[in-house]
Design a protein around this ligand. Structure first.
Ligand code: FES
Length: 99
């Protein structure tokens, strides 16, 4: 399923719902990435985390992850967050939701 989405400002993240999933659209200084809006550490929302380059800092305990791969960068995050393909569409951007 492809879901149209709007790109946030540079260096910002925006939470949105797509196909029943809570997702986070990240603008890593012009490069768009979509990840699940749930920290793998304690299952809280990653929004409004701080994005520095491609690294997102969780607002709860400060763990960091790479929005390109979803992989953890610093503890206490130990497991990756889900990453969803995003591509340009005729109307802007769209995310591919599996299943
Ligand atoms: S809930 Fe995100 S680092 Fe703990």
């Amino acid at each position: 399923m492809k879901v149209p989405i709007s790109l946030p400002e540079d260096g910002r993240v925006t939470a949105f719902d797509a196909a029943g999933r809570d997702l986070l659209f990240c603008n890593a200084f012009g490069e768009p990435y979509v990840i699940a809006n749930q920290c793998p550490h304690a299952a809280v929302a990653l929004a409004p985390g701080v994005l520095r380059g491609c690294v997102l800092e969780c607002p709860f305990h400060g763990g960091k992850l790479d929005v390109r791969s979803g992989k953890p960068v610093t503890l206490p995050i130990r497991t990756p967050v889900a990453v969803f393909p995003v591509r340009r569409s005729a109307d802007g951007w769209e995310v591919e939701i599996g299943g």
